[in-house]
Ligand binder design. Structure first.
Ligand SMILES: Nc1ncnc2c1ncn2[C@@H]1O[C@H](COP(=O)(O)OP(=O)(O)OP(=O)(O)O)[C@@H](O)[C@H]1O
Ligand SMILES: [Mg+2]
Length: 374
């Protein structure tokens, strides 16, 4: 039998008699070893908080991304497959498709549809050369697509899913530049109280809503904050944080707010967009970004309303736009390169400044019924 659709021995034992679990395709470790040429460095396409990602080719020629999880060994095969069944049932044009998994011995591996055009972090925002040109129509499609995918996770499926890690590296692009949100639904694969979200990577912190960064409070509204930051990145072509720029320019959100107050929002639009730029629409998108990043969670619109505002179907109430919650409000977080997780309390010896992660309540979700996720 081919490498797909085959249950590994242990997995098979674990799921026997449980009809609900049969929708997850289970690959043997050997199948995935062959698909990735023994998880070779040449096939490694990235490394994130969950582990390493490899490009692979299945026996039937299907291109896949193979994500080898590092922090999940404590989870049993049955629990792992149960969680994956829930994720694999979630299908949407703007979500990465989970093809299957491997749960042999201590291996916990996810197999995804391979996306040809990498992530927004590497293409639109990456410092390395990318030959993709993002004109205005492409950016509209990306911004709207991500919003639709997130609205689907937040509002259409039951239980709802909070992504918890919306950022440019988790937005993958297919050959037509259709955006696909990756890494949703993975939080429950991690051991209790663990998170893979780390502030190690400069910029990641800039996506975090303050209530998430400081108190570990996860809600749909913290995802919406992250989406707002991402939207500003898409329009400006700039990373949320760039410490090589002059200090007034380092934080995209801060800069956008300053320009909004001066009535010069168009100054931050990416000059590389090209002839099809629609300045009014771009400014509208940035106002939506500012609305999504409001300090008061109640002011941030739902993702469904974000979709409607992006399309112009719903008017933006500019009275609701006040100074957003900004990374510089807890600016000391940017200076340490010591790996740290939101919700952790930092030792005074590593951080001389005072505003910091001060509470220890980790990653509670205040909205139910909701499956918190990554
Ligand atoms: N389905 C996929 N198709 C193509 N490339 C992928 C796919 N999934 C992941 N990648 C690549 O692997 C890289 C690493 O992904 P991974 O999700 O492990 O880390 P990350 O997104 O950078 O960080 P985080 O762990 O915080 O999500 C991505 O940036 C992307 O370039
Ligand atoms: Mg990712």
């Amino acid at each position: 039998m081919g490498c797909c659709f085959m249950f590994g021995k242990k997995a098979k034992q674990a799921v026997e008699g449980d009809e609900d679990l049969h929708s997850v395709k289970v690959f043997s470790y050997n199948d995935l070893r062959k698909a990735t040429q023994d998880f070779s460095d040449a096939n490694k396409i990235g490394e994130g908080g969950f582990g390493s990602v490899f490009r692979g080719v299945l026996k039937d020629g299907t291109l896949v991304a193979v994500k080898v999880l590092s922090a999940t060994s404590r989870q049993g095969v049955r629990e792992f497959l149960t969680e994956l069944t829930a994720i694999s049932d979630i299908k949407h044009a703007n979500l990465v498709t989970l093809i299957g998994c491997c749960a042999e011995g201590s291996h916990r591996i996810l197999v995804y549809n391979y996306l040809e055009n990498n992530s927004l972090a590497q293409t639109l925002l990456g410092s390395r050369y990318s030959n993709i040109r993002f004109n205005w129509r492409a950016r509209v499609k990306i911004a709207v697509g991500i919003a639709c995918g997130l609205a689907f996770l937040h509002e259409e499926i039951r239980p709802h899913i909070i992504h918890r890690d919306i950022k440019a590296s988790n937005i993958l692009l297919d050959k037509d530049l259709t955006p696909k949100i990756s890494d949703f639904g993975l939080a429950r694969l991690l051991p209790p109280n663990a998170t893979h979200v780390s502030t190690r990577v400069a910029g990641t912190l800039g996506y975090l809503a303050p209530e998430y960064a400081i108190r570990g409070q996860v809600t749909k509204k913290s995802d919406i904050y992250s989406y707002g930051v991402l939207l500003l990145e898409i329009v400006s072509g700039r990373c949320n944080t760039n410490t090589r720029l002059p200090s007034e320019d380092q934080f995209l959100l801060e800069r956008t707010w300053a320009l909004y107050e001066e009535g010069r929002l168009e100054d931050i639009i990416d000059i590389d967009i090209g002839d099809d730029l629609d300045v009014d629409e771009a400014c509208r998108f940035m106002k939506i970004g500012l609305l999504c990043t409001q300090d008061a969670m109640a002011r941030r619109p739902s993702m469904t309303n974000v979709v409607r505002m992006l399309s112009g179907e719903k008017r933006i109430n500019v009275d609701q736009i006040t100074r957003p919650a900004m990374i510089t409000d807890f600016a000391d977080l940017k200076i340490s390169n010591k790996e740290q997780r939101p919700g952790e309390t930092r030792s005074p010896t590593t951080t001389p400044t005072t505003k910091s992660f001060t509470t220890t309540e980790p990653f509670s979700s205040s909205e139910t019924p909701t499956q918190s996720s990554m």
